[in-house]
Design a protein around this ligand. Structure first.
Ligand SMILES: [Zn+2]
Length: 214
C-alpha cells in the first residue's frame, strides 16, 4: 500500500510543468504506480485548462492564446523514442524492471560507493545537468546522515527504507527539502530507489555514505 505521496504543492507544480526535469521524472514514476496521484494530476490539468479558457477573450491576444495551446500540446521533452532505458549492465533485483518513464534516459552501470551501496547515474538527454540516479542499498545498510543543498525526491522501486521522517516502501515517494538532515537505512529487504537531487552532482555525500557504518 502506498503511504507517502508527493505533496499537494508538488503535484500542482508538476501539473503546471514547473518542476525541474529530474524531479518531474520521479513524480511521473510515482504517478505511474499510484492511481490516487494519477487522478489528482488529471484533475489539476483539467483545472489548468479551464483556467486558460476563462482567460481567453479580450485581454489576451488570440495569437498568444493559440501559441500557448500549441505549447501545451507539445510533449514535455523531445522523445527520440528508444523504447527502453539505455542501461549498461545494470543488474536489477529479480523481477524488477525500471519504470517506463525512464525511456530515453541513459543509465550508467552500477558504481560502488561503499559496502552495500551502489548508484547509477541517470542522464536525461533533454536535461543533461539534472542530477538523477538509481540508488541501491543492501539490507540494513545505513546511509550516512546528510543534508541537501536543495530538494531531494526519492521514489522507492523495490524494498524499503526508513529515516527520521518515516518508513518508505515500494511505491512510496519521499520528498526532502534542504532543511532535512536525515539518515536513511534500508530495511531487511534492501532498497532500490530512483532519486533526483537539486544542484550539481554531489558525489561527496555519496562517497561518505557508508564510511562510518561499513
Ligand atoms: Zn501517490
Amino acid at each position: 500500500m502506498i503511504r507517502h505521496h508527493p505533496s499537494a504543492e508538488t503535484l500542482l507544480a508538476h501539473a503546471a510543468g514547473q518542476l525541474p526535469a529530474g524531479h518531474a521524472l520521479v513524480v511521473a514514476a510515482h504517478a505511474q504506480g499510484c492511481p490516487h496521484c494519477r487522478a489528482e494530476l488529471a484533475r489539476l490539468e483539467a483545472l489548468g485548462g479551464e483556467l486558460l479558457d476563462s482567460l481567453t477573450p479580450e485581454g489576451m491576444a488570440l495569437d498568444a492564446f493559440t501559441a500557448t495551446l500549441a505549447r501545451l500540446d507539445e510533449p514535455p521533452h523531445p522523445r527520440r523514442v528508444p523504447a527502453k532505458p539505455r542501461q549498461a549492465n545494470l543488474r536489477l533485483p529479480h523481477g524488477i524492471s525500471l519504470p517506463s518513464v525512464l525511456a530515453g534516459a541513459e543509465i550508467s552501470r552500477w558504481l560502488w560507493v561503499g559496502p552495500g551501496v551502489r548508484y547509477s547515474r541517470v542522464r536525461l538527454p533533454w536535461a543533461p545537468n539534472d542530477n538523477v540516479m538509481l540508488l541501491s542499498v543492501a539490507a540494513n545498510r545505513r546511509v550516512i546522515a546528510h543534508s541537501h543543498g536543495g530538494s531531494e525526491f526519492t521514489q522507492v522501486l523495490q524494498g524499503s527504507f526508513s529515516d527520521e521522517t518515516g518508513h518508505y516502501g515500494a511505491g512510496d515517494m519521499a520528498e526532502e527539502d534542504n532543511d532535512t538532515n536525515h539518515q536513511p537505512r534500508a530495511n531487511d529487504d534492501g532498497c532500490l530507489c530512483l532519486a533526483a537531487l537539486e544542484g550539481g552532482l554531489r558525489l561527496p555525500w555519496l562517497t561518505r555514505l557508508t564510511r562510518r557504518f561499513a
